[in-house]
Design a protein. Structure first.
Ligand SMILES: NC(=O)c1ccc[n+]([C@@H]2O[C@H](COP(=O)([O-])OP(=O)(O)OC[C@H]3O[C@@H](n4cnc5c(N)ncnc54)[C@H](O)[C@@H]3O)[C@@H](O)[C@H]2O)c1
Length: 249
């Protein structure tokens, strides 16, 4: 119960990683709010959070829409009075070769993976600054660190996630003396349901790139989120933590 009494907001909460993180935060005693476009998925996550005896709140704004995000966060703040932990997990990649990429594909990737982080953090930060306490955890990607060697055709995604890392470090400095920490995770390939579609050849090629020869496990990633969300991590800010089995060494 390292997060007893904490109020956590998870974006992408209906997703493969977000759903596991939301349940783990609740297991550690936090109330959890989920933002995601997927209303059915949020319902399933809400059931898991409630099963831990914690409060659950859900909303389905498009996180690329700053006005919709502000309204959703204001609605949550009106009910809960504050937010202690923000996990920016919404996002996702799309393969597109650079020489074929349209401006629309580029913009969509930047909006999905970087503008969403800006919109939600911008809406949540004033409440954290007012209470002089907060934990912001952004999910970037190893693609931002190693240029997308695990998945070719990821220039827009890698650029957006590198933007998340830049935002993380710059904001960490900006708010460091106000009780708010800002950190990022840089996961490599995780054992999410999407990976079940890998052909044996694709899986072997992937594992050849990972020194541990294993995919990351979402439940382990969720434990790292708990660590960064906990009060005792107050001295850790501006960090980009790889969870990639050594891929980025
Ligand atoms: N799964 C991996 O191996 C891996 C590796 C590195 C980084 N990541 C990152 O981790 C995060 C979560 O990945 P995942 O595997 O759980 O993906 P996922 O696709 O399962 O979940 C992402 C969730 O974000 C939501 N979302 C996306 N855009 C949105 C928008 N505009 N508004 C509201 N909701 C939106 C989707 O509805 C979805 O539920 C992503 O940022 C991803 O880039 C994942």
């Amino acid at each position: 119960m390292r997060l007893q009494g904490k109020r956590a907001l998870v974006t992408g909460a209906a997703g493969a990683l977000g759903s596991v993180i939301a349940a783990e935060l609740a297991a550690e005693g936090a109330d959890v709010a989920g933002l995601d476009l997927d209303a059915d998925g949020l319902e399933r996550v809400g059931a898991a959070v409630r099963a831990h005896g914690r409060r659950w709140h859900a909303a389905t704004p498009d996180l690329t829409d700053a006005t919709a995000v502000q309204a959703a966060v204001d609605g949550l703040l009106a009910q809960w009075g504050g937010i202690d932990v923000l996990l920016n997990g919404a996002g996702g990649g799309a393969v597109s070769w650079f020489h074929e990429m349209t401006p629309q594909t580029w913009n969509t990737q930047i909006e999905r993976n970087l503008t969403t982080v800006f919109n939600v953090t911008r809406a949540v930060l004033p409440a954290m600054l007012a209470q002089r306490d907060g934990r912001i955890i952004n999910i970037a990607s190893v693609a931002a660190v190693s240029g997308g060697r695990l998945v070719r055709g990821a220039t827009a995604y890698a650029a957006a996630k590198a933007g998340v890392i830049g935002l993380t470090k710059a904001l960490a400095i900006e708010v460091a003396d106000q009780g708010v920490t800002v950190n990022a995770l840089a996961p490599g390939a995780q054992a999410t349901p999407g990976r079940d579609r890998d052909t044996p050849e694709r899986r072997a090629a992937l594992l050849d790139q990972i020194p541990t020869r294993a995919l990351g496990r979402p439940e382990h990633l969720a434990r790292t989120v708990v660590f960064l969300a906990a009060p005792e991590s107050v001295n850790t800010t501006g960090v980009v933590l790889p969870l990639d089995g050594g891929h980025s060494i």
